[in-house]
Every structure is written in C-alpha cells, then in structure tokens.
Design a protein around this ligand. Structure first.
Ligand code: PMP
Length: 326
C-alpha cells in the first residue's frame, strides 16, 4: 500500500513477489526513514493458521512510526495485511506436525518519496513479505557465545533504540563483527552513557536466571526494543513458578553471578529463535562459561516449550494471545 500526505493509505493489494521500483533519490536510501516488524504464522493441527500477539506487533510498529516520523498503520490494517497475504497463497504456511516450522512475516514501511532534502517524506510505502522458516535449531538448543562490546553501543538516550528501524541494526553490525573476531556469535550491548548496564543483543532481549527462581531482565528504558517474546515470558513466569523482575542490571552482576553459581542460566529471546541459551560470556580480559556449572537450561527449555505449545495450538491459550489469520 502507498501513503501520500493528501490521501492517506491507498492502493493496497497482494502482488507476486518481485523487485520494487524505487527512485535512486527515494528518501529511505539516504536517510533511513524506515521501520519493520517480524512475526510468524503457525499452522495448527486442524489446518487453521494463526499469529502470536499480532496486535502487539501492530502497536510496536505504530510506536516505531511515531519515532521515525512515518504515518501510522492501524492495528486493523496491519492484521488485515497479514490475513490478505497469507490467504492469497496459504500453501506457504508449512503443514502442522512438521516440527517447528512456520511462515515468517516481515511487514515494513519506508519513505519512497524522491527528494534530497531532510524532512519527513510525503510518500511512504508499506509492504509485507513472507518466507517459510524451519526450526531455528535442529537437534536441540544450541547455546550462543556472547561478547561484551566495549567499542560500540547500539542505541543512545533520545535515539531510536526503542524503535524497530533499520538504523539500529546497521549500528549493531560493527559490534557483532567485534564479537565474531573474538570467537563469539553475537554482541551484548551496554547502555551508551555509563557502559555499565546490560541492554540487549543485536536482535534479542536477555534474561538472567537465579538459583532462587528469579528471572531478571533489563527494564525498558527507551534504548532497548520492547520484545514481544520478552513481554510474554514476563507474563507466564509465575505460572512456571518463577519470579520475574525488570530492573537495571550492571554487567558486573552477570559476571559475578555466573562465577559464583548464583546465576544458573542466561538466555536470549525473540520471535525467530523463541529462546536461546547463552554458553560463554567473554569480554576484554576475561570470560565466564555457563556450561561449566550444573546448568541444563531447565528454565529456558520450560519457557520455550510453554510458548511453542501456545503458538502451535498444542497448549491452552490462557492469555488470548493467538489471532486466527485463515
Ligand atoms: N531486540 C531486538 C533488537 C530485536 O531485533 C528483536 C527481534 N524483533 C528483539 C529484541 C526481540 O523482539 P521480539 O520478541 O518481539 O521478536
């Protein structure tokens, strides 16, 4: 669909996948006025197709749009676009009972107006693409090793860290490379002003699991992305006998807790992988390894299974999180 300053949203429809026509002067290519979302469509045993909390993705996209000075798309139109795309060729949603397979949906919106001045665009394009996704992990959960980025922050106060916009990901790539150079899969970003508090990974939120059953995650401060998986985990924690806590977490607390055994697991979470256990945490001058303690990722596995059961319609949807697409 296209949005123009005078007319609002118009010309919505489903078209075959193919290249976009875009002027080389399109504002998005120069000033990154762009936002996106990521969610999945799951096939249930009776053949129906569902999304997990799409109204939360719609609300987050609206917040991202406000931050990037883009027009908002209503929750109804957002969910409507997912329904239209999935119904157009439902066969792309993998069959039920084929393990953890789903159709990944990527809604995105960008400034398509051609002009070279710096101002919010008067012509904007919204689109959704889809891609079948297999199990993120084949053969069990694979722990990721993390590097504490010393040179880079992902987002700063007053910046776009809370928005799901491309610029944040561009900004996190050098940190990820820094981590790769130190033999790690991904980087842990700290707050940009004091370099003391844990924020998140380039594409996932973090939880620390304590021996006494507390699961602690960095509070929402305006510089981290409000993950829907993070929020859902906070919502089901007590049902699993865990005590959720949101607060600022000094990175030293992680290092000390892992070394003393007080922190028994750390995991990252997001739509793509649901939950990923952390293996080793490395930094300039040291490391701690979560695999040397007696951890068996008990909490990460329990949370993961609970969420997957709801998403694939195998478990009761107590929170009313599922929306039927087809
Ligand atoms: N943080 C960042 C920076 C992300 O890109 C993502 C993935 N959307 C997340 C956290 C996790 O968010 P969600 O659970 O909504 O996928």
């Amino acid at each position: 669909a296209t949005w123009t300053a005078g007319e609002g949203w118009h010309d919505g429809g489903v078209v075959p996948f193919g290249p976009l026509q875009l002027s080389p002067a399109a504002a998005v290519l120069h000033y990154a006025q762009e936002v996106f979302e990521g969610l999945k469509a799951y096939r249930h045993a009776d053949g129906s197709v569902w999304c997990f909390r799409p109204e939360a993705n719609a609300a987050r996209m609206q917040r991202s749009c406000r931050r990037l000075a883009l027009p908002e798309l209503s929750t109804e139109d957002f969910i409507g676009s997912l329904k239209a795309l999935v119904s157009a060729d439902e066969a792309w949603v993998p069959a039920a009972g084929t393990g953890e397979t789903s159709l990944y949906l990527r809604p995105f919106m960008f400034a398509s107006e051609a002009f070279l001045g710096v101002r919010p665009a008067n012509e904007v394009t919204y689109s959704v693409i889809a891609s079948p996704a297999g199990a993120y992990f084949s053969g069990g959960l694979k722990p990721v090793n993390l590097w504490i980025s010393t040179d880079y922050a992902r987002a700063g106060d007053g910046g776009t860290g809370a928005a799901k916009c491309g610029g944040n990901y561009a900004s996190s790539l050098a940190g990820q490379l820094e981590g790769n150079e130190h033999g790690c899969d991904q980087a842990v970003f700290l707050d940009s002003s004091t370099h003391t508090y844990i924020e998140e990974l380039g594409g996932m939120n973090l939880f620390l699991v304590y021996q006494d059953g507390r699961i602690v995650t960095p509070e929402i401060t305006g510089t981290i992305l409000e993950g829907i998986t993070r929020d859902s985990i906070l919502g089901i924690a007590t049902e699993l006998g865990l005590t959720p806590e949101e607060r600022r977490i000094p990175i030293q607390e992680w290092k000390d807790g892992a070394a003393s055994g007080d922190i028994v697991e750390v995991f990252a979470c997001g739509t793509a992988a649901v939950v990923t256990p952390v293996g080793e945490l490395r930094w300039d001058g040291g490391s701690v390894n979560h695999r040397t303690s007696a951890t068996d990722d008990k909490v990460a596995v329990a949370i993961r299974n609970q969420l997957l059961d709801v998403q694939y319609g195998r478990g009761e949807d107590k929170h009313g999180w599922m929306t039927r697409l087809v």
